[in-house]
Design a binder for this molecule. Structure first.
Ligand code: AMZ
Length: 285
């Protein structure tokens, strides 16, 4: 059976081609150029995050399950709120799944998918092709592979061949090394080394998390994220620590123009970021 037939149920949902958000040519602007908000530049995406623990929306501190704050016990309602606020894409993590190595919060993810029209990227416990296929068939736009990308890079290559445009890699770093298994274990690889393994695989994005900032509102680590983005041709999304509108102002600076966007968690839940203000700023970008 050909791959095409086998995966015929998975509809290719168009995801913007963000290989290069702004080409160097665009950065050298000329007085005759249209203003940046009228040029054909893919937008900087702010991904609101829903992290699922025991069926609820939580935020952890530094990835510690014991340090969970519950922000909403109805993930579908939270997802709908984000969609209604104007966000264009949702980032979802099955935290129990990341620790268990298999999906655990499937019901909550199904409910989220049922409530939304915007695309959803999902990570946590996705460790084999069958699980990838199941999620894509259910309507997830892009799956995020973390631990398996370290343990079995060949699987990432195969997944990219089977599901073009639908595979992202989550690279989560602590003390310079990539962490796996819910961040309970560390690998020997640096983020740049791991990204290098997938240079030609067809990975649609890397979500890079600075674990030492995650959930504690320390500000995004944009210099490290940009360093990774410069070392790879894969579009990179910044994650971990987004604290205020100042992070968004930094993100839209020309030196970070190669980034696809950023993930925001706690700052959106506790009201430190006003969604309307953040989205308006990104639009002007
Ligand atoms: O917060 C944590 N402890 C955590 C977390 N947010 N552990 C894993 N993750 C996320 C990664 C990635 O999106 O950022 O889970 C995903 C990876 O899961 P897996 O099962 O592929 O390693």
């Amino acid at each position: 059976m050909s791959i095409r037939v086998r995966y015929k149920n998975i509809i290719a949902i168009p995801w913007p081609d963000l290989t290069s958000r702004r080409s160097p040519a665009m950065e050298t602007s000329n007085e005759n150029d249209p203003p940046s908000n009228q040029r054909d530049i893919p937008p900087v995406i702010l991904f609101p995050a829903i992290d699922l623990k025991d069926g609820q929306c939580v935020r952890l501190k530094l990835g510690e399950m014991s340090q969970a704050t519950v922000f909403n016990d109805d993930p579908a309602a939270q997802a709908k709120t984000f969609e209604d606020q104007g966000f264009a894409y949702l980032h979802v993590v099955d935290l129990n799944g990341a620790f268990a190595g298999r999906p655990v919060n499937g019901e909550a993810v199904d409910a989220i998918l049922g409530a939304l029209t915007i695309p959803v990227q999902l990570g946590g416990g996705i460790r084999d092709l069958a699980t990838i296929e199941t999620w894509l068939e259910k309507g997830i736009t892009r799956v995020i592979l973390g631990t398996i990308a370290v343990r079995d890079p060949a699987l990432v290559n195969e997944a990219c061949r089977n599901f073009p445009g639908r595979i992202a890699v989550g690279i989560d770093a602590k003390a310079g090394k990539v962490a796996v298994e819910g961040w309970a274990e560390s690998s020997e690889l640096t983020a740049i080394q791991l990204a290098g393994r997938f240079e030609d695989a067809g990975v649609s994005a890397i979500i890079y998390t600075d674990i030492e900032r995650d959930g504690i509102l320390k500000g995004l680590n944009l210099p490290a994220t940009a360093e990774l983005a410069r070392a790879t041709s894969i579009p990179v999304i910044a994650s971990g620590g987004l604290a205020s509108i100042d992070d968004i102002k930094e993100l839209i600076k020309p030196e970070y123009a190669m980034l696809e966007g950023a993930v925001s968690g706690r700052a959106l839940y506790d009201g430190r970021i006003d969604p309307g203000e953040a989205l308006a700023l990104l639009k002007q970008g």
